[in-house]
Write a new protein. Structure first.
Length: 494
């Protein structure tokens, strides 16, 4: 990751203190919750999922119940499993007292099925979208995208993983036994009040910085422990936090094999010792347990504000790594993986040297460049893209279907923003002219744009049904999205 990635993140071991500080991990260990797997039911040529959005109660600390939202659950929801090439249909009942939406993050699909702010599911009603699964095998997710209220609804629990499987990946013999050697990890920070109840502290400061909690939960479990039964584990990590960035690593600095980004397999396994994920981003790593020692997955969290008050951004410092930690630099264990015991089938599976064939992004395909400037205004009062805040009635861009474009995303603010584009899996070309790190060599739908940085991606849209319904592009810090750092585009016939 040298010189690239999230510049605001201190490296583990460099600026990081190994205190647990505000990222408290000191309570008793709990077995890692694994979301139940929901494969739907095949009916009339479609895979059909029946889901219900419900209110729930969850104890974030033992004995103290908090009001939450879940999908067929008190909090979070089932992992939906589907295959590339099949048609899926959902019947989603909204049993909440408020409107909600369910967005399929990472999917290329007709706008009417996207689940963005225009696909409101009113309380007591059912939404039944359907689409063909065109995505490569990977970890995707579904979550609330309610206009101006995505932050509080996701925070309360309206989010869960999606596994897409396909033949290309199945041929590789990667760990893929759900819940055994193939584990989803939804990493989220949450704030609790003095009594242990979940709070969503929205105020002037958090509207600007995003809501940060002082405790980290994985699949809703704090101090999670996973008792491994196999010599190799595939961890599918989703940063499902509203605003917190993480740099993940193994506590003793062991190597991890990075195999996939948002949109599926990379060209080959890349050996990494740490992994940066901003809200909305995913990555898959293979970790090795054949040495017979437990592993500890730790997260360092930086302060995502570079000279917000003092005016010392990277641009002004000539590209150096500047960070002024507020609660930054804290390292906390997010998952303890217990070692396998002898006789439990510890076999050292060799990873295939090649995972997928990915061509380098071909810039000569692009017929135009579109520019997006992210800004926050004074003290975060003007969350905008190209000077405009999100307006449900305004279409900001009209993009011809099927044409390759370069989207140039510039960050004029002092915070890093994870930029997400609906209805696309794109390729990162460069950041300020520099080549991207391993995680960004594959398909992405969410990518960090550092303060004062300019990032270029190559993409095209193939879905153009529902001509009058827009798709979204936005910052995936949910408080920024809710405050207007979002725009709308139509995919039009050229
Ligand atoms: Cu994950 Cu538009 O969102
Ligand atoms: Cu999305
Ligand atoms: Cu942002």
């Amino acid at each position: 990751f040298a010189g690239v990635g999230i510049a605001a993140l201190p490296l583990v071991g460099c600026e990081a203190r190994s205190s647990f500080g505000p990222l408290r991990s000191s309570d008793d260990p709990q077995p890692l919750a694994i979301p139940p797997l929901n494969r739907g039911a095949v009916e009339g040529g479609e895979r059909v999922f029946r889901l219900s959005l419900t209110t729930g109660q969850k104890e974030f600390v033992p004995g103290v119940a908090s009001a939450t939202i879940g999908v067929d659950a008190d909090y979070l929801g089932p992992t939906l499993e589907m295959r590339r090439g099949e048609r899926v249909r959902f019947h989603i009942d909204n049993a909440l007292a408020e409107g909600a939406t369910v967005h399929w993050h990472g999917f290329e699909l007709p706008a009417a099925a996207d689940g963005g702010p225009h696909q409101l599911i009113r309380p007591g009603t059912r939404w039944s979208p359907s689409f063909e699964v065109r995505q490569r095998a990977s970890l995707y997710w579904y979550h609330s995208h309610l206009h101006r209220r995505a932050g509080p609804q996701v925070y309360a629990g309206l989010a869960a993983p999606i596994y897409v499987r396909d033949d290309e990946e199945a041929a590789l013999d990667l760990p893929s036994d759900y819940g055994a050697d193939d584990i989803p990890l939804i990493v989220q920070d949450r704030a609790l009040d003095g009594s242990g109840k979940l709070i969503y502290p929205l105020n002037m400061h958090t509207r600007m910085m995003g809501v940060l909690g002082e405790r980290i939960f994985v699949n809703g479990t704090q101090n999670a422990v996973f008792d491994a039964q196999t010599g190799q584990l595939r961890l599918r990590i989703l940063n499902g936090s509203n605003a917190r960035f993480y740099e993940f690593s193994l506590a003793e600095g062991q190597a991890m094999q990075l195999i996939a980004s948002d949109g599926g397999l990379l060209d080959r396994p890349h050996t990494v010792r740490s992994l940066k994920l901003a809200p909305g981003e995913r990555a898959q790593v293979i970790v090795d347990l054949t040495e017979g020692r437990p592993l500890s997955l730790v997260a360092t969290s930086p302060d995502n504000a570079m000279g917000m008050m003092g005016g010392q951004g990277r641009g002004m410092m000539g590209g150096g790594m500047m960070n002024r930690p507020r609660d930054g630099g804290e390292t906390g264990e997010v998952l303890r993986i217990l070692d396998i015991r002898p006789g439990r089938g510890a076999r050292a599976r060799r990873l295939p040297p090649r995972l997928s064939s990915l061509n380098a992004p071909d810039l000569s395909l692009a017929v135009r460049t579109r520019r997006f400037v992210l800004d926050m205004g004074m003290m975060g009062r003007g969350m905008t893209i190209n000077g405009a805040a999100m307006d449900m009635d305004i279409v900001n861009e009209r993009v011809p279907v099927g044409q390759w474009e370069i989207w140039e995303i510039a960050n004029a603010s002092m915070m890093a923003h994870p930029f997400h584009i609906h209805n696309a899996q794109f390729r990162v070309i460069d950041r300020d002219g520099r080549r991207p790190p391993p995680l960004e060599t594959g398909f992405k739908d969410t990518v960090v744009v550092n303060p004062r940085e300019q990032l270029r991606v190559l993409l095209r849209f193939e879905e153009h049904t529902d001509p009058d319904l827009p798709y979204m592009y936005h910052c995936h810090i949910l408080e920024h999205e809710d405050a207007g750092m979002m725009g709308q585009f139509l995919v039009v016939n050229s």
